[in-house]
Write a protein that binds this ligand. Sequence first.
Ligand SMILES: [Zn+2]
Length: 460
Amino acid sequence: MARFEVPDGWTAQAFCFALDPTPEQTACVSRQFGGRRKARNWAVATLKADLRRYHETGKETEKPSLAGLRKRWNRVKDTECVDAETGEVWWPEISKEAFADGIKGAVDGYWNWQTSRAGTRTGTRVGFPRFARKGRDRDRVTFTTGAIRVEPDRRHVVLPRIGRVRTHENTRRLERLVSKGRARILAATVSRKGTRLVVAFRVLIQRPQQPRPSAPEARVGVDVGVRVLATVANSHGQVLERVPNPRPLEAALKELRHLCRERSRRAKGSARYRETQKKITRLGRRVADIRAHHIHKLTTRLAKTHGEIVVEGLDAAGMLRQKGLTGARARRRGLADSALGEPRRQLTYKTGWYGSTLVVADRWFPSSKTCHKCHNLQDIDWAEHWICDGCGVHHQWDDNAAINLARYESPSGDSAVGPVGAAVKRGADRKTGPRPAGGDEARKGSHRQVAEQPRDGVLV
Ligand SMILES: [Zn+2]
C-alpha cells in the first residue's frame, strides 16, 4: 500500500473533543479498548512464538505484517475470544478496527525493535513490544473506516460501533470546515484522558494563505524556562516580553500536593482511597490541560508576530535524565512542568503556517553562560542572577539567554564564531564521554555524570 501523502496546500491536523457518552456507550467503548488490547497481546505472543520457533528449527516464517497477522487473527478469533465463564464468543461485539489497531501496534513495535537493533532507526534503543496490561495500558482505539462524522448540530459526533455520542464541547471549529468542504476526516481515535473519554479526529484541512507575520523583519530569541514560561528578546539586547507561568497551574499544583498527602492517609484499595485517587487523576489532567493551553497560545502568538524565531536546541529528554546534582529533583520537576521541548515542536509547524522562520540553535550554543555585553564565557550555576567576570554586568539568566539566542548565527557559514569555531573544535568532536560498559545501571553511585548532557554541553 502506498504511503498516504498530504496533498499540497493541505495540512494534517488533529481536533479533540471531550465526549459525554451514555453509560451504555461508555461500556461499549470499554469493550473496544479491551478488544484492542486482546488483539495486541495475541499478536505480541504470536510474534514471540514465531521467533522462538525460528530459533529452534531454523524454519523461517513470513515477514510480520499487519495484513498477514490480521488473516491469522481471523482464523483464531473464534477460539481466542471466548468468555471464560459463559463460553460465549465475544468478538462480534468488537469493531474489526479495534483488532486491527491492536495488531498494528504490535507489528509497529516489532519493526521498531528490529530496525533499532539493526541500527537503522534513530533515537534511543527500542525493546521488543511488551504485553499490554489492563490499567497500565493507555486505553484507546482508532477507527479509520465506517461512519465517522461530526453532526451538523455541533453537539454530537458519530463513531463506528459506538454510535451517536454527545460532546461536552461545541464542535463548531471542525464542523464549520467540514461543511464548507475545507476539511476531510481521516480517522478518529477514542481514548481515556484521566477520567474522561475524548475523541481525536485526524483531519486533512485546507489552510488559507496566512497573512505574513506582523513584524516580518524582526528576529527574536526565545528562551523557554523554568522560572517563567518564556522570555522573548531581540538582538539589540532588549527584552520584549516575559511570559509568566500560568497562575492556575501553580494553584492546581498546590492542590495536587494537598490531595496526594490526603491519599497517603487513606487505606489502599478502600472506597475513600479510590475517591481521592479519582480527584488526583482529574486534577492531573487539568494541570496538563492548562499547560498545553498556555504553550499553544504562546507559540501561536510568536509565530504570528516575528519573522524569525531562534530557540535553543536543547536536549530536553537528556536534561530530565540528569541525576545527582544539587536540587536535581526539583529542577527536573520544574523542567517537566514547563514542558521545554513542546514549544519548539509547536513552533516547527506553526512557523510554517504563519509564514515565519524557526532557527534552532546548536545544542552546544552556550546561550545562558555567555555575557551578552562582552561575550565572556563563564561557568555559572543554576542561579537566577549572576555577575559577569569580564565586565561586571549583572545578568538575569533567562533575559541573557534570550538575547544571546536572538544574536545566534548558524555555524554553517565559515565566518561563524562561537563554540564550533575551529580553535575550540579540536578534540571536542565527542561531546559526551564514553559510556561505561553495562549502561546506566553500572554507573549507579558514581559521581561523574559522563553520559549526561547538561544544559550547555559542559559538565557543571
Ligand atoms: Zn560581560
